[in-house]
Design a protein around this ligand. Structure first.
Ligand code: URA
Length: 190
């Protein structure tokens, strides 16, 4: 099986998994999008209204800004893989509960095992808490790279924070430049 086929198979299993806690209220599964061969994977929190309607992560206002951030370092969605910790929309966009994060965790683990990214970018504090536990808060860690086993992790503020805090827009643009430098250093090509 190719990596694409393996990702499709994970998405098919997700679609049939009625045990998932947020499945019942969801319109669509939002497994992830982008290249199965990506060197960089972006991991957000959970789908929102637009993502639930379309089955595509980061396709609303925060996603538009994410596209802009990617373009600022000469990347497109097709160059990377974008997914979330939780693959269905929580009701009223509330924070995912720990047991929900736990229930979806095997799907993220399987996706990462297939893609084998060199760099994982965690977007926001929920993703940070799960993927880089115990290291510190997002305000301490954003824009810094951490090596764990054969992967490099970088935490960034969630793009949605820039929608209601203009100063954060600048911070995110600056942190993306740091990500761009990291990718160059690691010799990661498109
Ligand atoms: N916020 C997220 O964390 N993920 C999405 O897919 C959209 C908004």
């Amino acid at each position: 099986m190719t990596k694409e086929q393996k990702l499709k198979s994970i998405a098919d299993t997700l679609a049939k998994d009625m045990s998932l806690p947020l499945k019942e209220g969801a319109t669509n599964d939002v497994p992830g999008t982008g290249s199965a061969n990506a060197d960089v994977v972006f991991i957000g929190e959970a789908p929102g209204k637009h993502e639930d309607e379309k089955g595509v992560p980061f396709c609303g206002a925060a996603g538009k800004f994410l596209d802009e951030l990617l373009a600022s370092i000469d990347l497109t969605r097709e160059d990377v893989f974008i997914t979330n910790i939780v693959k269905h929309r929580p009701p009223e966009n509330r924070d995912p509960k720990p047991e929900e994060v736990q229930a979806y965790w095997p799907y993220l683990e399987q996706q990462l095992a297939v893609i084998e990214p060199k760099v994982i970018v965690v977007l926001g504090r929920h993703s940070l808490a799960r993927l880089m536990p115990g290291l510190g808060t997002i305000s301490m860690l954003h824009g810094r790279a951490f090596k764990k086993q054969n992967r490099t992790y970088m935490a960034l503020y969630h793009p949605a924070v820039a929608l209601y805090n203009g100063g954060m827009r600048k911070v995110l643009l600056e942190d993306f430049q740091k990500l761009g430098i990291l990718l160059k250093k690691l010799n990661i090509k498109k």
